[in-house]
Design a protein. Sequence first.
Length: 322
Amino acid sequence: MKKIGLFTSGGDSPGMNACIRAVVRSAIYHNVSVVGIMRGYVGLISGEMMSMDIGSVSNIIQQGGTILKTARSKEFRTKEGREAAAQNIKKWGIDGLVAIGGDGTFRGASDFNEEHGIPIIGVPGTIDNDIRGTDFTIGYDTAINTALDSIDRIRDTAASHDRIFFIEVMGRHTGFIALDVGVAGGAEYILIPEVMTDIDKVSQLLLHGIQRGKNSSIVIVAEGDEEGGAYKIAEMVKEKTGIDYRVTILGHIQRGGSPTVRDRVLASKLGAGAVELLIEGVSGVMVGEINNKMEPTPLENIWDGKKEIDKNLIRLAEMLSI
Ligand code: ATP
């Protein structure tokens, strides 16, 4: 392994830069050079690449986003697109790839690996934490702390005005963010895609709260909840109870910001781990961390099922919000 190509793909997440830094520095430590590929698969197809040295990743560990940019590429989903990408890999003399991204990124990486035999290691970078093969994804810890900070602020307003707030957090298919910030923020109710939404139950709980003198409440809604978002759910609850509400969609603020200690450390470990796996001749896996131990998981196992949410935490949330 003489030259590694590196890119970030899918949604950006805080800690991607720390991971880029770890890949570049650990590769150079092992006498392997690094080519940075801009905008994920878009840059791989267009050939927008550059050599990276130690200085190119100076002073980025604390920055959110990704200096390599990120994009979604329709072309890479086609054989022709991946063929064009393979030509660029040849042109640049790249022997292996590190792909930092989510589930979709790994599916693309797997197809590419199968068709063109280029060794690839995936690194889980997404705020949703919805990737199997790792306890946490890079960016998740920062995202939940950012969301929690906003929820705490909204609670101040909710309490001052005696209001019920429905707060929508990110999580297109999973409720990891919603469940963690809901428990940590003392939410009265948490709606996640993993649990069927019961509008009657939410309504009764809020009414019960009002009856016992509770003047403000917070309901956390995962954006992927099957009932279709915080506005719709709030309106359904109002129809049943007559309770007025306010809605806040936290949106993209959850993606940005300086990564937490946990995300920087995880990103550093997994970035260096990916390089060392490539050097050892491993390919077609994602490197994650399970019970504090670095673990490679074959890429096809990543999407072969859904990552399980913590059922005990769901139970705890119900117990504490009576
Ligand atoms: P996030 O979870 O943050 O959205 P992601 O990696 O899942 O990250 P996607 O947009 O799903 O984000 O995927 C990133 C890119 O990977 C896509 O734009 C596409 O180019 C490529 N890709 C996704 N799925 C496939 C697939 N089945 N085959 C080939 N390429 C794919």
